[in-house]
Design a protein around this ligand. Structure first.
Ligand code: SF4
Length: 64
């Protein structure tokens, strides 16, 4: 089964870095001020990996 991109809502600070790097995949919720996955298939693996590597809270992970 394909992996699912998950954002740890506890860890996320809502900084917006992931949404700036991969805007088609991540957005910041107006309700929670935290990031959520819009569409994990909308970005390249490189963009997603850069977001994972750049997130200051290490809140973005792949889960099986
Ligand atoms: S880069 Fe990390 S901490 Fe910042 S909004 Fe995205 S998931 Fe949250």
């Amino acid at each position: 089964m394909a992996k699912t991109l998950v954002i740890d809502q506890e860890a996320c600070s809502g900084c917006g870095t992931c949404a700036a790097i991969a805007e088609d995949c991540f957005a910041i919720s107006e309700d929670s001020d935290k990031a959520y996955v819009v569409d994990q298939s909308a970005c390249s693996e490189e963009e997603i990996q850069e977001a994972i590597d750049t997130c200051p809270e290490e809140a973005i992970t792949w889960q099986d």
